[in-house]
Design a protein around this ligand. Structure first.
Ligand SMILES: *[C@@H]1O[C@H](CO)[C@@H](O)[C@H](O)[C@H]1NC(C)=O
Length: 351
């Protein structure tokens, strides 16, 4: 999907938002029932290698509700969370397959999918393509977050499901301690268990790929930086931009610190005064930047699918690569670059 930079027009945007919303949702639900399910090939069954920890008989357990809990709660399981929607299902399918293909212990992986609509359709699509997959589909209540999303930010980034990652600690079972969150626009070429094992140290709530050379100031408005009661939030930290599309989250620490509420509080504030321009990323930066553990950059090879024409491609990460991340769904940095370019142009025009 292509995002066009659009200046917010407060009078028009709710109507425009509604129109865009209906454009996307109407054809999807009508057509997809027939197409989605038959669109993808059935993946083969993937087996653990001999030295994998065995978590009893997977399929039998999952058919039995009580044993399913024992399975999910096993320490050996690698938990992966992704959002699912009909628009990006193609990317999700490829991502899931890539996780399984490159895992040494694919039967020890449990997928936690979060969707906000078309649940039965999406469940059928996943079950048909991955008949042996251990997964659970959670329905995310859009209304939980839609009232918190500031309408001044660009609508394509406003999709409530983009915010679902902040609610994983509430959605997933309490016994799940650690989860790898993945965007839908990436491909793994290495064993996800290694990513899941990223050390979080004594305190970090999450690990993500950090980019300290990115201009952190640009992620927040001058209004934010000029208000000491707000910008002081970064006073004791050295904040860096990080990518929220590949995260290892300690759900227990998150729950203890009630970080979902902290993220919501910044979103509430954003509704009253514009402190940032992007969607779901800045609240994460506000709460966590400078206090996270680092995910090795090999787990976020970005710079794929940038805009050559405008010269907005990111540099590729040198060295070995474990995960390819397209700039397809979120476009955060892409957008940030456009904003920067527009800012420079405006300045040039003024100057
Ligand atoms: C970082 O971004 C801010 C705000 O957009 C800008 O004023 C500043 O000059 C930038 N700094 C660098 C080093 O590019």
């Amino acid at each position: 999907m292509k995002l066009k930079p659009r200046r917010p027009k407060s009078n028009q945007s709710p109507l425009l938002f509604f129109l865009i919303l209906s454009l996307f949702s109407l054809p999807n639900d009508a057509k997809s029932t027939t197409t989605l399910i038959h669109q993808f090939k059935e993946a083969p069954e993937f087996y653990n290698s001999p030295d994998c920890a065995s978590i009893t008989d997977t399929q039998d357990n999952l058919n039995n509700h009580q044993n399913a809990d024992t399975y999910i709660c096993s320490e050996e399981v690698v938990h992966v969370a992704m959002t699912l929607d009909t628009t990006y299902i193609r990317g999700s399918m490829a991502a899931i397959l890539s996780v399984l293909q490159h895992s040494s212990c694919p039967q020890n992986i449990f997928f936690h999918f979060v969707c906000s609509s078309s649940a039965s359709l999406l469940r059928a699509a996943i079950s048909n393509s991955f008949p042996y997959l251990n997964f659970h589909l959670y329905t995310f209540d859009d209304s939980q977050v839609s009232g918190l999303i500031s309408t001044s930010i660009r609508s394509a980034l406003d999709c409530p499901l983009n915010y679902a990652r902040s609610y994983l600690p509430n959605l997933l079972p309490l016994c799940v301690r650690r989860v790898v969150y993945l965007d839908s626009d990436l491909i793994l070429v290495d064993d996800i268990a290694k990513l899941a094992d990223t050390p979080l140290g004594d305190k970090a709530v999450l690990a993500a790929p950090e980019y300290c050379n990115a201009n952190f100031t640009a992620y927040f408005t001058p209004m934010f930086w000029s208000n000491p009661s707000l910008s002081l939030t970064f006073a004791d930290r050295k904040p860096c931009y990080f990518n929220t599309g590949v995260m290892v989250i300690d759900l227990e620490r998150w729950r203890e610190g009630d970080y979902t509420t902290k993220i919501e509080e910044w979103m509430e504030l954003q509704k009253r005064m514009r402190i940032y321009d992007l969607g779901s990323l800045p609240p994460f930066l506000l709460v966590f930047a400078g206090n996270i553990a680092s995910v090795d950059h090999r787990w976020n090879q970005h710079g794929l699918g940038g805009d050559n024409f405008r010269g907005l491609c990111r540099d590729l990460h040198p060295g070995p690569v474990s995960l390819l991340h397209w700039s397809g769904k979120d476009w955060y940095r892409f957008e940030a670059n456009i904003n920067k370019a527009m800012l420079i142009q405006t300045r040039r025009r003024k100057g």
